[in-house]
Structures are given as structure tokens and as C-alpha cells.
Design a protein around this ligand. Sequence first.
Ligand SMILES: NC(=O)C1=CN([C@@H]2O[C@H](COP(=O)(O)OP(=O)(O)OC[C@H]3O[C@@H](n4cnc5c(N)ncnc54)[C@H](O)[C@@H]3O)[C@@H](O)[C@H]2O)C=CC1
Ligand SMILES: O=C(CO)COP(=O)(O)O
Length: 413
Amino acid sequence: MATLGAQKKHKVTIVGSGNWGTTMSKLVAENAKENPNLFEQTVTMWVFEEEVTIPESSRVYKPEDKGEKHKISELINTRHENVKYLPNITLPDNVVANPDVVDACKNSSILIFVLPHQFIQRVCDQLAGKIMPWARAICCTKGVDVGEKGIRLMSEAIGMRLNIYCGALSGANIASEIAQEKYSETTVAYDPPPMDSRAPTPKGSPTSSTVDLISPGKSVPSARSAQLKALPSDYPPLSHENVKKLFHRPYFHVRMVSDVAGVSLSGALKNIVALAAGFVDGLGWGDNAKAAVMRVGILEMVRFGKAFFADSVHTSTFTEESCGVADVVTSCMGGRNFRCAKMAIERGKSIAEIEKTELNGQMLQGTSTAYEVNSFLKTQGMEGEFPLFTAVYNILEGNVKPEQIPDLIEPKD
Ligand SMILES: NC(=O)C1=CN([C@@H]2O[C@H](COP(=O)(O)OP(=O)(O)OC[C@H]3O[C@@H](n4cnc5c(N)ncnc54)[C@H](O)[C@@H]3O)[C@@H](O)[C@H]2O)C=CC1
Ligand SMILES: O=C(CO)COP(=O)(O)O
């Protein structure tokens, strides 16, 4: 039995409180209530604090709120709503917002990272050495970490900075639909060290083991093994079965896999494809044009995985799982990257301007990912092998026009 001998329960912290972060807190808190033998009832959400006014149209607006500024964390804790990033969705009362990231994470055995990828490094640096040494993480952030030493997956960047194991969750998951409990599916990759799923052992201090935080891609020469601390035996083991219980809802169906690299990478790269889809849609070219860039985009995602993460990525993750082809489809129909790229073309503005005026603080991941992937491809001398990714970068830079996409992605003899 999965919880035999376990006395402790997992304390879960959601690190991030944007549109997806707040949705994640809702569904995880619902699951904590339904699995009191596995998870502590309170689910903490770290909130990057901001002061906001409550719109008069909001369900939680009271006459005395007129012109008043409120802290987002206080509104979540008193009115159970994130009025800025997930308006009109009531959060379970066991979601507790905490604006202090170290305090929010210090006693948690499960950390769920849902921050824009631009902030992962800074937040992990704040947390390093201040979390439980045996904590386990799941990365829901979509992006890559490109530096002088090469390219890293976000899951890997988190794992290495905090010296803990980090899996990944990604899928065709437009947050607002999931917050409204409309059916969707997702892919969770979790391939923990075998010591985590062993039967509970008699009392004793946690053992440690040297394991790869994630199987490194060949482009990450610095990826290293870490001294991972075993989950103490008085916690329920973090088997696939128990990790699934953290995320699976009647409206949010989870498929567990072990390919952390494939799940993490597909979520990052599909955002570049979504920008391309927005560009051609913005030109008024219609669905055939969008399907063409989606097809080429999926092929480039697979090629990228094979070229730089050959030892770890499974091609089937891109072609068979929600995090691959399905996320490309949904993101190219209704994602923010797609919508902002489309509006930018239609209005003759830059995507950065549209992001500022239309997203009310929400952030695009595709633009910075296009730059990061391009800078990595340049170091590898491989821009030409990824013509769609390269075209998106050159459109953002103003070097080429979206109208040139068909010629740019046409295979060269
Ligand atoms: N929204 C969606 O539908 C989905 C988003 N994701 C991914 O989840 C990740 C997080 O996205 P969302 O939750 O949608 O965020 P968001 O784009 O809605 O909100 C931005 C967040 O960044 C925070 N922030 C601003 N400045 C900050 C700083 N200096 N340090 C730390 N945080 C700061 C804001 O407070 C806010 O919580 C992204 O990687 C995104 O690709 C994944 C699936 C679906
Ligand atoms: O990742 C997403 C859907 O799966 C959301 O994409 P956007 O960030 O483009 O909205």
C-alpha cells in the first residue's frame, strides 16, 4: 500500500501566482482536500506582491473598495480570488497566499514552480539552501535557460540550482479554461530516484544517493549529478500514483510519463511556433497557412530534441502526448503568444507593445524563448536547420517580414 507506515504528509507550495500559477493552486488545493492522507490541507502559494484595485464589475467588489488599493496576497486570503491574474474564479479556502518566498517554501516537501521563465533563476537563488534538502519539485514553467555553457531545460535549471529532483508538467493547458473546469489533459513527467518509491524503512536519518537530476542533453556539458537526499520514510512515497493524485481532476486528466526532457522542451518550443501562427493569421492568411507553420514547427521541435537532447528525449513525447502536438494546436488557436503576435501584425505594432497594453501584467514566453533559442543555435552554427525558429527570431528583430515565412521555411535543395 502506497502510504504504509507514513505519518507525515506532503506540504505543497505553488511558486508563482499568475494566470497558470493561480489555476494550479486551485486544482492542487482541491486534490489536497480529497487526499488528506497524502497532503497537508493548506496549499501555500507564493505571490509576487502587487497592489491592485478591484474592478467594480468584480464579484468580490464592495462599495468601500472604490479607489482603494489592496495587496494581491490579502485579497486571495480574504476574498479567495486573484482579481488581477485569474478574475472571477473562486479559489478553495485552503489556498493560502504568502508574499515571502523563503517562508512560503521552507517546510514544503513538494514545490511546484509556475513562474515566467525569466524569473526562475532569481527565485531559485533566493531559495537555495533554505528549503528541505529532500524536497521534490515539478516545473510547470515553459521556457529554456540559455547561457554561456549551453542550453538547459527549466526543470534542469531548477533541479541544479536547488540541488533537488525536478520533474515537469506541460500540456495543452490554456489556464482560464482549466480554471473554469473545462476538460483538458496534461502530461506529467516524473522519474524520481528509485529510493523515493521504496517501501518505508524503520526510523533513521534520510539517506542520500548520487543521481542525475535529469539525464543531460549533449549541449549541457555542465549538467552534473547531485547528492540527492532520499525522501524520509515517514512521508508517503512520491510514486507516479501519488504524484498523479496531486494534479489529476475530473476536468484535468493527467498522463504520467518519465521523459522529463521531452515534456519540458516541448512546452518551451511550442511558444515559438505559436508566434509564427499568430504572424500568418495576422496577415489574414487563414487556417491552411496556420496548419503549415504548425506542421513545420512540430518537425523542428522533434529535430531540436534529437539534435541537442538525444540521450534523454523521446520523439513520441512530441508526437503522442498532450505536451507536444496537442499543445501546439491549442497554443496556435488561442494562446497569448498567438493572440499577441496576431494583434501586432494587424495593428502594425511590436509584440512588446501589445503585451504591455493587452495582457494586464501577464507575460509572453515565446518572444524571449525565440531569442534564447536563436542565440543557442548561432553558437552551434545550426540556424539554417531550424528555418521556422530562425524566421520568428528575424521577424521579431525586423530583419525579415512575416510575408516571407513561406519562402523562408521552404526546404532548400
Ligand atoms: N497561462 C497559461 O495558460 C499557461 C501558462 N503556462 C506557463 O506558466 C508560466 C507562468 O505563467 P502564468 O502563471 O500564466 O503567469 P502570468 O503571465 O499570468 O503572470 C505573470 C506573473 O509574473 C509575476 N511577476 C512579475 N514580476 C515578477 C518578478 N520580478 N519576479 C517574480 N514574479 C514576477 C506576476 O506577479 C505574475 O504572477 C509560464 O512559463 C507560462 O508559459 C503554462 C501553461 C498554461
Ligand atoms: O502554454 C499554454 C497553453 O498550453 C499557454 O500559452 P500562452 O502562454 O501562449 O498563452
